[in-house]
Design a protein around this ligand. Structure first.
Ligand code: SF4
Length: 62
């Protein structure tokens, strides 16, 4: 499973890298970007938490 961000929807609030910095980072354009790495078991709960807390539903963990 990986974390995907739809940059057309992301408003750059910064919540997802706060919750799960292993997977989500802010890109140079001020929008979030997901890691290309597979999400490890250790951070999966945080990745799913970031997905559910994104205020505009721009994140998909799949
Ligand atoms: S939580 Fe959602 S809106 Fe906020 S930076 Fe992450 S993807 Fe963008």
């Amino acid at each position: 499973m990986k974390g995907y961000v739809d940059k057309d929807i992301c408003i750059g609030c910064g919540i997802c890298p706060d919750i799960c910095p292993e997977i989500f980072n802010m890109d140079d354009d001020g929008k979030a970007i997901g890691s290309k790495e597979e999400i490890s078991e250790e951070v999966m709960d945080n990745a799913l938490d970031a997905e559910s807390q994104c205020p505009v539903d721009a994140i998909e963990v799949k």
